[in-house]
Design a protein around this ligand. Structure first.
Ligand SMILES: Cc1ncc(COP(=O)(O)O)c(C=O)c1O
Length: 399
């Protein structure tokens, strides 16, 4: 079968692959602990579901404007105004089918062949592939565990050149949970300000911060506004991953170009989900969101402590999101009993962990960070304990 060459540059998502394999084993009745999924385990708050049910009952089941219903775009603009003090017009907001769709459209609308996009590693898998699908070139900037996975000013400066079209900031980060400090955000701002470069700030984990308050390039420097593209959504904050609502706020020309793409591909995001998202943004849900954050925080502290207690494992203390990102590189020289060769790679470590110890985690290589593992702690405390016990068991068995 002759297929489009553009897909050759893209690998299937390893996160989805691991999650699918774990689900398959579970379906066979095997007791697998799944640390793979990037979604809250909580149910969508009831008031949000009711907003959706009311939409169905009222017959709100037809096409809407492609860019989203005006009241949702206004609610998004209002939230941005409250958080950043910047007044976006509702026309400068585009509602898409999840943050992922928003980012996909963004790169398609922004990039010409050869345009570079700076991405800090460890990075969310989809960024690099979405940039490639838009004929862009991902420029990967390594960050270090010992620097809290924040890029140095030198590294930022080095990555930015005449072909740079955008820099992506994802703080709190998937996969590390790192939160960029004001100094790092300031360094990024200093390197792009006044140039024809956008900062794409993927704030999808903005409500899941465990130390201090959420910051992005706009909270540090509101005057960067014309060069900023905000991406966010309801998936993580309101446990609404399946509803598929995300959005972009940014310069009008870019938003209109993205809308043109959406006009000719998906049209509007689901009408019912838009009403649910409107409920999420306008109903009094702060207490429920805070309750979920607290549960994540308890799990975060627990899993990090437990992982660090395993000999040979070092786990970074994440300041946000719901991922633990331990380093197991020092164990890769060891052997699995009965095997002649050392484990060698994080992928092989992960495969053995799933096949023999029934624990699903994502290898760091998938995020540009060989030697690491990503464990989502969006699962119950009993599952966390069971899974970490099994990891400790595997580590203990290594020779
Ligand atoms: C960093 C990051 N950005 C964006 C998204 C997109 O989420 P959604 O498409 O569910 O809104 C995710 C989801 O995993 C993510 O981790």
């Amino acid at each position: 079968m002759r297929l489009a060459k553009r897909l050759d540059a893209v690998k299937p998502s390893p996160t989805l692959a691991i999650t699918a394999k774990a689900k398959e084993l579970k379906a066979k009745g095997i007791d697998v602990v799944g640390f793979g999924a990037g979604e809250p385990d909580f149910d969508t708050p009831k008031a949000i579901k009711q907003a959706a049910i009311a939409a169905i009952d009222a017959g709100f089941t037809k096409y809407t404007p492609t860019n989203g219903i005006p009241e949702l775009r206004e609610a998004i603009a209002k939230r941005i105004a409250q958080e950043h003090g910047i007044a976006y017009k509702a026309t400068e907001v585009l509602v898409s089918c999840g943050g992922k769709h928003a980012l996909y459209n963004l790169f398609q609308a922004l990039l010409n062949p050869g345009d570079e996009v700076v991405i800090f590693a460890p990075y969310w898998v989809s960024y690099a592939d979405m940039v490639r699908l838009a004929d862009g070139v991902p420029v990967i900037v390594q960050t270090r565990h010992e620097d809290g996975f924040e890029p140095s000013h030198e590294a930022i400066k080095k990555a930015i050149g005449p072909k740079t079209r955008a820099v992506i900031v994802n703080s709190p980060s998937n996969p590390t949970g790192a939160v960029f400090g004001r100094a790092t955000l300031r360094n990024i701002i200093d390197e792009v300000k006044g140039k024809d470069i956008l900062v794409i700030t993927d704030d999808i984990y903005d409500r899941l911060v465990y130390k201090g308050r959420f910051e992005n390039v706009l909270t540090v420097d509101p005057t960067l506004h014309p060069q900023v593209v905000l991406v966010n959504g309801v998936s993580k904050t309101y446990a609404m991953t399946g509803w598929r609502i995300g959005w972009t706020a940014g310069p009008q020309a870019l938003i209109s170009a993205m809308q043109k793409l959406q006009d000719n591909s998906t049209s509007n995001p689901t009408s019912i989900s838009q009403k649910a998202a409107l409920g999420a943004l306008t109903l009094p849900l702060d207490a429920e969101v805070e309750a979920m954050r607290r549960v994540f925080d308890e799990r975060r502290q627990h899993i990090v402590k437990r992982l660090n207690a395993i000999p040979g494992v070092t786990c970074f203390d994440p300041g946000g999101a719901f991922y633990a990102f331990p380093y197991v590189g020092n164990l890769l020289g060891k052997k699995i009993p009965g095997q002649a060769e050392p484990i060698g790679t994080d992928e092989k470590f992960v495969a053995h962990l799933l096949d023999h110890h029934k624990v699903a985690v994502v290898p760091g290589s998938a995020f540009g960070a060989p030697g690491y593992l990503r464990l989502s702690f969006a699962i119950g405390m009993d599952q966390i304990d069971k899974g970490v016990d099994r990891i400790a068991e595997m580590v203990k068995s290594l020779e």
